[in-house]
Design a protein around this ligand. Structure first.
Ligand SMILES: [Zn+2]
Length: 132
């Protein structure tokens, strides 16, 4: 499957691939980078956006610095909302929590507040979610 997207075509896998709901795009983005995140012990994250055709996708993964300790309190990540194709609308973001134990399955206070301020959707992947 491929169809026109202004300047190009949608890919079938990874950043820029097409989804028909925000949820599907968000989950796909967070899942796509989870293994790298867990291996590297860093958070990965990116944008979720809607394009002119009314379909959704996720932006390329942005990589946080190495987590400082064995808990998510030692992780940082700033997702730049402009890392997405021109002409698209920012809908939310996704990010990963490497398996550092405590707090890995929760949205942090910062996660929640950031999304509330932006009135945006947020998706997080973590080990427990992948096992269930
Ligand atoms: Zn988080």
């Amino acid at each position: 499957m491929a169809f026109a997207n202004g300047a190009g075509y949608y890919t079938l896998f990874g950043p820029g691939s097409v989804f028909f709901s925000v949820e599907a795009a968000g989950k796909a983005g967070a899942l796509y980078y989870w293994k790298s995140s867990d291996n590297d012990r860093r958070e990965y994250g990116g944008t979720i956006y809607e394009d002119r055709n009314g379909v959704f996708s996720f932006g390329e993964g942005q990589i946080g610095p190495p987590c400082a300790a064995d808990s998510l309190g030692g992780c940082e990540m700033t997702i730049r909302g402009n890392i997405r194709p021109k002409g698209t609308i920012l809908i939310g973001d996704y990010h990963t929590h490497p398996d550092l134990g405590q707090g890995a399955s929760d949205f942090s206070k910062t996660d929640v507040e950031g999304l509330a301020d932006a009135h945006a959707w947020g998706f997080v992947t973590h080990q427990t979610a992948l096992e269930s």
